[in-house]
Design a protein around this ligand. Sequence first.
Ligand SMILES: NC(=O)c1ccc[n+]([C@@H]2O[C@H](COP(=O)([O-])OP(=O)(O)OC[C@H]3O[C@@H](n4cnc5c(N)ncnc54)[C@H](OP(=O)(O)O)[C@@H]3O)[C@@H](O)[C@H]2O)c1
Length: 257
Amino acid sequence: MAKVALITGASRGIGKQLAVDFAQAGYDIAALARSTADAPTKLPGTVNETAQLVEEAGQSCLPIGANLSRVEDLDAAIAATYDRFGQIDVLINNAAIAPPGKALESDRRQWSLAVEINVNAPFYLTHAVAPKMASGDGGAVINIGSGAAVSPEFGRASYTTTKRALEAMSESLASDLKGTGVSVNCLRLELSVWSEGYAFTLGERAKEMDFEDPVIMSDACLWMVAQGPEWTGRIVTIADLRKYGAVRPRTRMSWEA
Ligand SMILES: NC(=O)c1ccc[n+]([C@@H]2O[C@H](COP(=O)([O-])OP(=O)(O)OC[C@H]3O[C@@H](n4cnc5c(N)ncnc54)[C@H](OP(=O)(O)O)[C@@H]3O)[C@@H](O)[C@H]2O)c1
């Protein structure tokens, strides 16, 4: 039976690429995001389009329309994935938001939304999935972090704060879960990878920038999963992983939205 990866933020960008490349590697996929064929958002991409690509790669895909800021959506997403596949071997907490502007000029709701999506949802999903992984064949949780976690000058305080918290949470959960067969690691993405969402937030500036291809995130995540459960509690960057030979050399992608 194929292994199963639940990937959040899989309607576009890095999450969509992860879904397709994990499928190429033989995984069935649960692809979660808000944008669905029935309820698309203003940016391109839906979980149904991702599901079609996964199926073209020869694997099964469960497209899940869910809002990570709603706990009832999280519970329903987990239940639907176990109903469909019976197991989750890899959880990639990839979805995030990066509210622009200075923290003190934004309202409380915007701050708490960043906490809900960037920290609470990864915790709640891990809370639901890790015990089942531990009582089964084990598994891997990968949290997608950001170089902004250690760059206060990035100018998006809620993003920096929540991405730093995500790193601490990864280390703490890894410590709690040591010896259970479940790894928890954080990939601190320290460079610019092309995605529809990132290009949109950059606006005209995106046209002057060089991005890396999102395929490097698949190299990284597939390699991290392959290290097995003892490789846990790590916060790694793409530069670190390139030193290990885990990620292909520098890729380039220019603006294409
Ligand atoms: N691109 C980069 O250069 C870069 C650099 C550093 C770190 N990262 C990290 O890499 C990850 C992916 O980034 P990306 O550039 O691919 O972003 P993106 O293109 O903006 O995609 C974000 C994904 O998250 C989903 N999402 C957002 N809010 C959600 C919600 N409330 N409920 C469910 N899904 C939600 C979006 O889908 P819907 O809108 O359909 O819900 C989308 O699929 C993020 O964790 C980001 O912080 C990216």
